[in-house]
Design a protein around this ligand. Structure first.
Ligand code: TRP
Length: 443
């Protein structure tokens, strides 16, 4: 059966793929702006707690389900729990991941647009207003935004149609370390700006007035989004893992790397925000406005910013391909020949579904659903409703459907660690998800 399914050839390949899926716009774009609108420190603390106590145990659960079943997110449940409704959780994941990709492609397009501006040296030499205007001009220009989104989706589809492993294993090996180094460099520059300390305080000195259920839900949603859990992405990737490979250390690696990149991104953005006199709470444009301003402060910044946006593009693509792969793998199953066809069909449908999100910053900015723009609405529904629901289903599945002996054997953890995981997926994660979701539903 597995002969014509893709398989990772090494454990490193798998870690890189999983980390590549996780580390992307979530850590680098969404984390800073969501932390910015949620008051900083307390949100960041809750985000780390949600990642470790809820996201990580569920990530391990997804790995476990995928590696055991060796099948896509829908078939995995049909295989593991025949004639039970669990496979519906797989379909929910397919729907939610497609919706995520619909707006992810829009932001991917923004990155391409910025890369184009970097290459043509339109990013340097700006004043503070210049960077703000640059961003608002871009997002309100329908032709450029949709063209860039189409191009980004095209690249994503192109990679996925050829099978996921080859490209990631090769690119991932140098991309992730390079990105780390860049962020450390940028953080040093940002932290040495005059007045940078205010940004550090914003990140680490708690302002408890922000401690409420809404902040908690946002932190939970971001933790899921950032780790790529709750929609079966990691079930899909783990299904390409030979049964002999261990999954626990991979999950830990993904979680800590993701937190590290998020904090680093924060240390690049917030010190600069305060030092240069911007507002931390300006929403999705934050990173696009601040980053060029930081590069401006660096010798050779106008060249380095090109390299940076290339790396950012790679990080974004390794995430978008995992989002597309979920749906494609459900249709392709083990019939490798049809992969190309489905990659295109699914990818184009998702591109079209994303057009309203692309327009929601310009022509359609008046359209609102439940008080949110189309883009914000889809973002909110996926991260704060869809993913928690999927995560709840996955955690209940491994917690109550699998016998202890099975999970113990699969995870292969020392006994105390195993029980920590067990308590987390049986109680902590489901109860927290239910309380936070229900509270926010009626708040
Ligand atoms: N985690 C990715 C990021 O932070 C986004 C992503 C990729 C994702 N695959 C996913 C989110 C699956 C949820 C589910 O950019």
């Amino acid at each position: 059966m597995s002969s014509n399914r893709d398989q990772f050839t090494s454990k490193l390949g798998f870690i890189l793929a999983a980390a590549g899926s996780a580390i992307g716009l979530g850590a680098i774009w969404k984390f800073p702006y969501t932390a910015g609108t949620n008051g900083g420190s307390v949100f960041i603390l809750l985000f780390i707690l949600c990642t470790l106590l809820i996201g990580l145990p569920i990530l391990m659960s997804e790995f476990l389900i995928g590696r055991r079943a060796q099948a896509d997110a829908v078939s995995a449940f049909k295989k593991e729990a025949p004639n039970k409704p669990w496979f519906l959780a797989g379909w929910l994941g397919v729907l939610v991941s497609a919706l995520i990709l619909s707006f992810y492609g829009v932001v991917g397009g923004w990155i391409l647009s910025y890369l184009f501006r970097a290459v043509t040296f339109q990013l340097d030499g700006g004043t503070e207003e210049h960077y703000g205007a640059l961003f608002s001009d871009l997002i309100s220009n329908p032709v450029e935004v949709i063209f860039a989104q189409a191009l980004f989706m095209f690249i994503t589809i192109f990679i996925v149609q050829g099978g996921i492993k080859g490209g990631i294993e090769r690119a991932g090996k140098w991309m992730m370390p390079a990105l780390f180094i860049f962020f450390i460099l940028l953080a040093i520059r940002s932290l040495t700006l005059d007045g940078a300390i205010e940004g550090v305080k914003f990140m680490f000195v708690p302002d408890w007035s922000y401690f409420n259920m809404e902040t908690l839900l946002n932190a939970l949603g971001l933790a899921f989004f950032s780790l790529s859990v709750g929609v079966g992405a990691m079930i899909t990737y783990a299904s390409y893992l030979p049964k002999t490979e261990t999954i626990t250390s991979s999950a830990f690696n993904v979680a800590w790397m993701n937190i590290a990149i998020s904090i680093l991104a924060g240390l690049v953005i917030f010190p600069a925000v305060f030092a240069l006199g911007y507002s931390p709470a300006q929403g999705p444009g934050l990173v696009f406005i601040i980053l060029p301003a930081v590069f401006e402060q660096i010798p050779l910044g106008s060249v380095l910013v090109i390299v940076f946006f290339v790396l950012l593009l790679f990080a974004t693509l390794t995430s978008s391909m995992s989002l597309l792969e979920i749906t494609v793998s459900v249709f392709v199953k083990d019939n490798y020949a049809s992969r190309r066809k489905y990659a295109w069909i699914v990818g184009i449908v998702i591109f079209i579904a994303g057009i309203p999100s692309a327009l929601s910053f310009g022509h359609w900015s008046d359209v609102s659903i439940m008080g949110k723009s189309i883009f914000d609405f889809i973002d909110y529904m996926t991260a704060n409703v869809g993913m928690p629901l999927g995560a709840l289903a996955f955690s209940l599945f491994v917690a109550y459907y699998y016998k202890t002996s099975i999970t113990q054997n699969e995870l292969n953890l020392p006994t105390p660690m195993y029980w920590i995981w067990r308590v987390a997926v049986c109680f902590v994660a489901p109860i927290a998800i239910i309380i936070i979701s229900v509270y926010n539903l009626f708040a």
